[in-house]
Design a protein around this ligand. Structure first.
Ligand code: APR
Length: 256
């Protein structure tokens, strides 16, 4: 509780806030974290091996089927109080930017304005050959574990998910904007990320290097424990609403 109060004080006093999120914030909505994703019928596959350009080249139907299954799962779930608290931080802080590694759209659905998706999105497919954006399909409910042939672009190329795969570069503009915001921020709140996938994991470190207070929310220890000024051990859906209520008590009481 002392730590929450201390974190709330830093947050309420900050002019510039960055909220940096990972799979843990969506876990309580029922989206498995990446490292837990391959349960059920997908169990026999290796997530790391599915999330590469090579995997898509070798077996596009397998990879497209997996991503379409994940997209249909996300369409069925809802933002949780953690996502809602992030949107409340954006509403209360003078300047706030959400930077997420997640490929779901739960921040947007909770009311976050324009989160930066460092690892792309499940809702922005494009042609693997000519890069032309494609319309996301109706999101039929592919059966778990089922292969699905990707649609074709007008140029004949296969449509691929709009996510960043292992071995691919992050979208340059998004990364630059995130690094700049981390450089300039007073507080960076890192939530639900294992902090092991680079270059995204540099972002809290940049904030710390440039004098920002880093607050971490995670039930487990991570390599970012050493970077964080304040470590809040707990789940995002519990800790973040507590933090918002403690940072802006009058507004919380007024229900805004
Ligand atoms: N609240 C907060 N944190 C949680 C919760 C929760 N309810 N549940 C789990 N966590 C934490 C875990 O302790 C872990 O540290 O969320 C983290 C999830 O870690 P990862 O699955 O590694 O997710 P992430 O850090 O987002 O992965 C980064 O790696 O797999 C690639 O591109 C993919 O964007 C992803 C990137």
């Amino acid at each position: 509780m002392v730590d929450v109060r201390e974190a709330a004080k830093a947050l309420a006093g900050a002019r510039r806030v960055v909220v940096f999120t990972g799979a843990g914030i969506s876990a309580e909505s029922g989206v498995p974290t990446f490292r837990d994703a391959l349960t059920g019928l997908w169990e026999r596959y290796d997530a790391q091996a599915l999330a590469t350009p090579q995997a898509f080249e070798d077996d596009p139907d397998l990879v497209w089927g997996w991503y379409e299954w994940r997209r249909s799962l996300i369409r069925r779930v809802h933002p949780n109080p953690g996502h809602e608290a992030v949107a409340a931080i954006e509403a209360h802080a003078p300047h706030a930017l959400v930077v997420t590694q997640n490929v779901d759209d739960l921040h947007e659905r909770a009311g976050s304005r324009a989160p930066i998706h460092l690892h792309g999105s499940l809702f922005t497919p494009r042609c693997a050959a000519c890069s032309r954006p494609a319309e996301p399909g109706p999101g039929d409910e592919p059966e778990e574990g089922r292969r699905l042939a990707p649609p074709r672009c007008g140029c004949g190329g296969a449509i691929r998910p709009g996510v960043v795969w292992f071995g691919e570069a992050l979208p340059e503009e998004a990364l630059e904007e995130a690094v700049q915001a981390a450089t300039d921020c007073d507080v960076l709140l890192t939530v639900g990320t294992s902090g092991v996938v680079y270059p995204a994991a540099e972002i809290p470190k940049v904030a710390s290097m440039f004098g920002g207070t880093v607050i971490q929310v995670n039930p487990q220890p991570t390599p970012l424990d050493a970077v964080a000024t304040i470590n809040l051990h707990g789940s995002a859906a519990v800790v973040l609403p507590e933090l918002v209520s403690a940072a802006w008590p009058e507004r919380a009481a007024a229900g805004s």
